[in-house]
Write a protein that binds this ligand. Structure first.
Ligand SMILES: Nc1nc2c(ncn2[C@@H]2O[C@H](COP(=O)(O)OP(=O)(O)OP(=O)(O)O)[C@@H](O)[C@H]2O)c(=O)[nH]1
Ligand SMILES: [Mg+2]
Length: 222
């Protein structure tokens, strides 16, 4: 009787250990699909996302418009080092493109939030959500695969209409607004205004270009 009990107890302990081992093996680390070599421009309608892509590529590849909601779908265009620039529909438009935008954001290794000046509350709220989503995905992946930067366009207008003191004041206000999400190193200013109709060969893109490559080489882990 005692021997039978011992055998039964031993078998029970062994089967429990085997079940635990099996459970450990079947535990799979949650997977995050790595982003593509995609740099997406996201922001309010009419801030100049499409114009900025034209500016970086030096030619008109994206449709630009004077009315809101010119871009209604995401399109990608070949850039350098096998990276693509992605244009997206604007937020704060009458049409809600948000579900579409989240898919574009998740596929991107770098999101460049684009604005015209100090951000409005809905823009800031969206930027914060992108930051939170990327932080979450990077945490699951165990490395920084996705990042966020800010580009402030329309600086030709700021320069033409504001004193240099006020330009600096506005920049400081932007840095303070964005500080919890993006360090000032990754905030660039410029303009995407064509010099002649559809001529994007001489736009104010240097700061943005420098920032993009600094971000990709220093921050993103493939
Ligand atoms: N002065 C000036 N005008 C600009 C600049 N960037 C864009 N624009 C003008 O702003 C308007 C809107 O530009 P888009 O590039 O179509 O803006 P968008 O953000 O792509 O707009 P949606 O597609 O509607 O979301 C156009 O008339 C552009 O010529 C800039 O840096 N300076
Ligand atoms: Mg557009």
């Amino acid at each position: 009787m005692i021997i039978e009990l011992l055998i039964f107890g031993g078998a029970y302990v062994i089967s429990k250990i085997l079940a635990e081992e099996q459970q450990k093996k079947s535990y799979v680390k949650p997977l995050v699909t790595p982003p593509e070599k995609l740099i997406s421009f996201v922001g309010a309608t009419g801030v100049g996302k499409s114009s900025t892509i034209n500016s970086l590529l030096g030619k008109e590849v994206c449709k630009v418009g004077v009315t809101h909601g010119t871009t209604v779908d995401s399109q990608r265009h070949q850039y350098r080092n096998n990276f693509y620039l992605q244009d997206t529909p604007g937020i704060m438009d009458i049409v809600d493109y948000l579900p579409h935008l989240w898919s574009a954001i998740e596929k991107s290794c770098l999101v460049i939030f684009t604005g015209k000046g100090q951000l409005y509350q809905p823009e800031l709220a969206f930027l914060k959500q992108i930051h939170e989503k990327q932080t979450h995905l990077n945490k699951i992946a165990g490395k920084k695969q996705r990042g966020l930067s800010l580009y402030i366009n329309h600086q030709d207008i700021a320069i033409a209409t504001m004193t240099s003191k006020n330009i600096l004041l506005q920049r400081e206000a932007i840095y303070t607004q964005i500080e919890p999400y993006i360090p000032r190193t990754y905030i660039a200013f410029g303009d995407a205004k064509p010099t002649k109709l559809n001529d994007y060969s001489d736009t104010g893109k240097t700061e943005l270009e420098t920032m993009i490559w600094a971000y990709l080489t220093k921050e993103i882990q493939p």
